[in-house]
Design a protein around this ligand. Structure first.
Ligand code: ATP
Ligand code: MG
Length: 431
C-alpha cells in the first residue's frame, strides 16, 4: 500500500475484537460516571486556537510544540484540533451560561490530538475520559473526584495503581514561591540545562518537572510551594486529605507534582502505575478555580480530571480484565430458494424477539456453512432447507454442548431458544 495512503503516524485504527473491548469499556465507564451524577457534554473537536493558548498557557509543552494548528483555507480562521477537553468544556459552559442554574457535574469522552513522538502509551490521536465539576469550591468535590477514580479501579479489578497528591496553592502563594525559586535557581545557574535556563523566568515551576537526571539533586533541594501555602490553602488541602483518610484511600504527597498545564491551583493529583513503563500516568486532575475568569467569564471554582483511555485499557488488560468476546445467539444456515426466503423471515423474527442473529450470506454448501456457524462462536445453529420452509419449521442444532438436534415450529423458536440460552439455575442448583 502506498505510504501516502496509510494512517497518520501515531493515529490508530481500532477494529474488531479491540473495538469491541473499547465499546464494553465505554459502557462500563458511562455507568460509573452516571453513578456519581455526572452528565455528558460533547464539544467540537476543532476550536479557535486562542482558546487553547489562553487556557493551557503559552509556556507549556502542549502550546509550545504539541498542537495541531492550521489556518482554515476558506476564511483564514486559526483553528486547532483539541489537545484536551477542559478548555472546550469551560468555553461551552460560558457560552451557554450553564452555571446560571447552579453547579454542574459534567463528563466528556473522545479523541484528543497532540503532536508527540509516538511510542507505547503515547499517541498523536488518543482518547480521554474526563470529569469536570464546575461551580464547586470546597475540598469535598476534590475528594469525591479522587474517590470516584478509586472506585473505577476497583470496578475494573486494577490494583497496581497509586495516588500522588499535591497542592499548588493560590496564584499569590505561587508568585511568592516563584520568586523564591528564581532566586534559588539563579544561585545555582551553572547546574541548569538549556531548557531550564529558557524556563527560568517564564515558568520556573516547570523546571521542577525536569526529567534530566543531572538536575535531580538540584530540584530535590529547591524550595517547595508547601512552605508558602497560606491558611486557606492549607485548610483546603487538609480537607481533601481528611476525606481521603475517612474513606481509606492511600496517597503519597508529592511536592514536585506540578502538572503540565498552567490552569491548576490548590489540589492536583495523578494516578500512576508501574505496569506501563515510562507512560505510567493513567489519570491526572485537580482544581482550576481561575480558568473561567481567565477566559473572560464570571469567576467560578472548578475541579476535574482526565484519564488516558489507551493507558487505562492496557492496564485493565494487564490486570486480567479482558472482557468476554461477544458471539451471536444463533447462526442461520439455509439451502435452497424457498429456504432463503424463509431464513430471512426467521432471522428478522428472532431479532424482533431480541436475539442476535448471524444469517449466512454468500451461499456455499451445507458443510461449508456449518463450518462458518461453528467458527462464529454461536451456541446453536438454525438449519433451514426447503423441507423445513414448506413445513414452517426449523432444525435447531446445539453446537457447543453436544445436545441433540431437533425440529421446532418456527413460531415456537423464540421460546425454545429462551429455554436453551437463558436457562438460569434455581437456588437449589437445579436447572
Ligand atoms: P504526560 O506527562 O504523559 O505527557 P500529560 O501531563 O501531558 O501526560 P494530561 O494533559 O494531564 O497529560 O492528560 C491526562 C492523561 O491523558 C494522561 O495522564 C495520560 O493518561 C493521557 N495522555 C496524555 N497525552 C497522551 C498521549 N499523547 N497519548 C496517550 N495518552 C495520553
Ligand atoms: Mg504530555
Amino acid at each position: 500500500m502506498s505510504q501516502s495512503l496509510r494512517a497518520v503516524r501515531g493515529m490508530n485504527d481500532i477494529f474488531l475484537d479491540e473495538a469491541e473491548t473499547w465499546e464494553q469499556f465505554e459502557s462500563l465507564i458511562r455507568d460509573w460516571l452516571k453513578s456519581y451524577g455526572y452528565r455528558p457534554i460533547r464539544t467540537p473537536i476543532v476550536e479557535p486556537t486562542p482558546l487553547f493558548r489562553r487556557a493551557i498557557g503559552e509556556v507549556t509543552d502542549i502550546v509550545e510544540k504539541e498542537m495541531y494548528s492550521f489556518e482554515d483555507a476558506l476564511n483564514g480562521e486559526h483553528l486547532t484540533l483539541r489537545p484536551e477537553n477542559t478548555a472546550s468544556c469551560v468555553r461551552a459552559v460560558m457560552q451557554h451560561s450553564l452555571l446560571h442554574s447552579g453547579p454542574k457535574r459534567l463528563y466528556y469522552y473522545g479523541p484528543m490530538f497532540r503532536h508527540e513522538r509516538p511510542q507505547k502509551g503515547r499517541y498523536r490521536q488518543f482518547h480521554q475520559i474526563g470529569a469536570e465539576a464546575l461551580g464547586f469550591a470546597g475540598p469535598d468535590i476534590d475528594a469525591e473526584l479522587i474517590l470516584m477514580c478509586a472506585r473505577l479501579w476497583d470496578d475494573l479489578g486494577i490494583q497496581d495503581i497509586h495516588l500522588e497528591l499535591n497542592s499548588l496553592g493560590s496564584s499569590e502563594e505561587r508568585a511568592v514561591h516563584r520568586a523564591a525559586l528564581i532566586t534559588y535557581f539563579e544561585a545555582h545557574a551553572e547546574q541548569l540545562d538549556e531548557e531550564a535556563k529558557r524556563r527560568l523566568y517564564s515558568n520556573p515551576l516547570r523546571i521542577l518537572d525536569t526529567k534530566n537526571p543531572d538536575m535531580q539533586a538540584l530540584v530535590e533541594a529547591a524550595p517547595t510551594l508547601m512552605e508558602y501555602l497560606g491558611e486557606e490553602s492549607l485548610a483546603h488541602f487538609n480537607g481533601v486529605q481528611s476525606i481521603l483518610k475517612d474513606n481509606a484511600i492511600p496517597y503519597r504527597i508529592n511536592t514536585r507534582l506540578v502538572r503540565g498545564l498552567d490552569y491548576y491551583n490548590r489540589t492536583v493529583f495523578e494516578w500512576v502505575t508501574d505496569q506501563l513503563g515510562a507512560q505510567g500516568t493513567v489519570c491526572a486532575g485537580g482544581r482550576y478555580d481561575g480558568l473561567i475568569e481567565q477566559l473572560g467569564g464570571k469567576s467560578a471554582p472548578a475541579a476535574g480530571f482526565a484519564m488516558g483511555v489507551e493507558r487505562l485499557l492496557a492496564l485493565w488488560q494487564s490486570s486480567g480484565g479482558e472482557p468476554e468476546r461477544e458471539v451471536p445467539d444463533i447462526y442461520v444456515v439455509h439451502q435452497g430458494e424457498a429456504a432463503q426466503t424463509f431464513a430471512f423471515r426467521v432471522a428478522e423474527d428472532m431479532r424482533a424477539h431480541g436475539y442476535s442473529v448471524l444469517l449466512h450470506c454468500g451461499g456455499g454448501n451445507f458443510k461449508a456453512q456449518m463450518k462458518k456457524a461453528d467458527g462464529s462462536g454461536a451456541p446453536c445453529a438454525v438449519i433451514i432447507g426447503d423441507d423445513e420452509a414448506a413445513a414452517a419449521e426449523v432444525t435447531l442444532k446445539p453446537l457447543r454442548d453436544g445436545g441433540e438436534q431437533r425440529r421446532v415450529a418456527a413460531d415456537q423458536l423464540a421460546d425454545v431458544l429462551a429455554d436453551l440460552l437463558f436457562a438460569v439455575e434455581d437456588d437449589d442448583g437445579s436447572l
